[in-house]
Design a protein around this ligand. Structure first.
Ligand code: GTP
Length: 399
């Protein structure tokens, strides 16, 4: 393929990137990083179009190389800005624009960028630094959010490819400073550059779309596993989390315990004060419970006014103390409503994984039996199922 055709293909690939990512943004209308990335496509496109103009005659210096190089750098920086925005960091368009403007101005500093060789020796390292920055941000992100592994790899791969070819071209220019000026050198640099940009743009286009799809998928999965009223996980997520904790417990890694909490006389609360107040009571109790938890983030709304706390590696005596404290706290924190102070209490059942339990639901069943024991014993109580029978626990642990 001749250099002109390659340049046309690259311009088309950048236009496709611009339009694809922009339409993705307009259809999802949430991920602003898509705007950054589509702008990147636009900058690549304009920069390429200026390159194409040179095939039809001399191009004014302000357009090519000055503006073309500035936009080329800005296009790479826009990818960096977008990935920062996606990760919740400050996007830093200010840095991107200032750096690109500085490069533009440098084209007018005598002796700095006025030869092709000088331009290549200065711009290549700049691009490599941007590639490495994107890579660095992604590597750090992957270690913090393993859920995104697969989605980040294509972009990382694109940056590695671009960095490598840029590095090789840089070395070639360093060792043969006359090369860019010869016919063969000019063709080599143009062809390899256009091919690399073509591959890079196609990969980046796909990679950015993938990152956004993954983000939406994770958000949807989270929403489908979250109870909207309390923000705790719902029953849909329970089996996965409990099975994992149960299997770890079975291998002797850590004791797995379930604490089941049920608000007392909740029907009466609804009947006396209305469903809206009932909802407030549910939020009130879960907020107090959450504040009382030290470690477990496995908080589930199991049913209407029933909640489960899953603990791994927590001693039963500690759980007893924690449950007593929680029960006491809820009892001492009445809910204020229209000038009234409405008392709330909870009954609690605790169960611990036994060696011969075949499934985590066995443990859930014992926690349920313990909870109903607390109810039968007058409510506002804590009971523990020791594997044989539920026993009411005193305010201070006796085992
Ligand atoms: N406000 C509100 N009420 C709910 C929600 N989900 C379930 N409920 C109500 O919770 C009540 C549960 O009542 P019961 O199962 O009889 O239990 P209880 O009245 O707490 O009695 P004990 O558990 O024996 O102390 C029912 O009236 C449900 O309608 C909810 O999301 N919001």
């Amino acid at each position: 393929m001749d250099a002109y055709t390659l340049q046309v293909s690259t311009a088309m690939a950048s236009a496709i990137m611009f339009l694809t990512l922009l339409s993705l943004y307009l259809s999802s209308n949430r991920n602003r990083c898509l705007v950054d990335w589509s702008l990147s496509g636009l900058f690549f496109f304009i920069s390429n179009c200026i390159g194409l103009l040179s095939y039809y005659g001399p191009v004014p210096y302000i357009l090519g190389p000055a503006l073309a190089n500035m936009l080329y750098l800005l296009a790479h920086l826009a990818i960096w800005v977008g990935i920062r925005r996606h990760l919740g960091l400050l996007p830093r368009w200010d840095v991107a624009i200032l750096a690109s403007l500085a490069l533009f101005i440098c084209h007018y500093v005598p002796g700095l960028l006025d030869t092709i060789t000088n331009r290549l020796l200065i711009i290549y390292p700049l691009l490599m630094v941007i590639n490495l920055s994107v890579l660095w941000v992604l590597i750090r992100a992957v270690s913090k959010a393993p859920d995104y592994h697969i989605a980040y790899f294509p972009l990382m791969f694109a940056e590695v490819i671009f960095f490598t070819q840029q590095f090789v071209r840089f070395l070639v220019v360093v060792f043969d400073q006359q090369l860019p000026l010869t016919k063969a050198g000019d063709e080599f640099l143009q062809t390899s550059g256009s091919l690399a940009v073509l591959a890079f743009l196609s990969l980046v286009n796909m990679a950015c779309g993938l990152i956004v799809f993954r983000k939406q998928e994770i958000a949807l999965r989270k929403a489908s596993h979250t109870d909207q009223l309390t923000g705790w996980m719902n029953r849909g997520a329970l089996d996965t989390v409990a099975s994992e904790a149960f299997d770890a417990g079975k291998q002797g890694n850590s004791d797995f315990c379930i604490v089941m909490i049920d608000i007392d006389h909740f029907k009466k609360i609804n009947d006396d004060f209305g469903h809206q107040f009932g909802d407030m009571a549910l939020k009130h109790v879960t907020k107090l419970a959450q504040e009382s938890m030290r470690t477990s983030d496995h908080l589930f709304r199991y049913g209407g006014e029933e909640f489960l706390l899953l603990f791994s590696g927590e001693d039963v005596v500690n759980l007893h103390l924690l449950s007593q404290r929680l029960k006491q706290r809820i009892e001492n924190s009445p809910l204020e409503f229209k000038g009234h102070s409405i008392p709330l209490t909870v009954s609690i059942g605790i169960a611990k994984q036994e060696r011969d339990d075949p499934h985590w639901e066995e443990l859930l069943h014992r926690a349920d039996l313990a909870l109903y024991h607390s109810k039968r014993q007058g409510r506002n109580q804590v009971s523990f199922h020791d594997g044989d029978a539920p026993i009411l626990l005193e305010a201070r642990p006796s085992f």
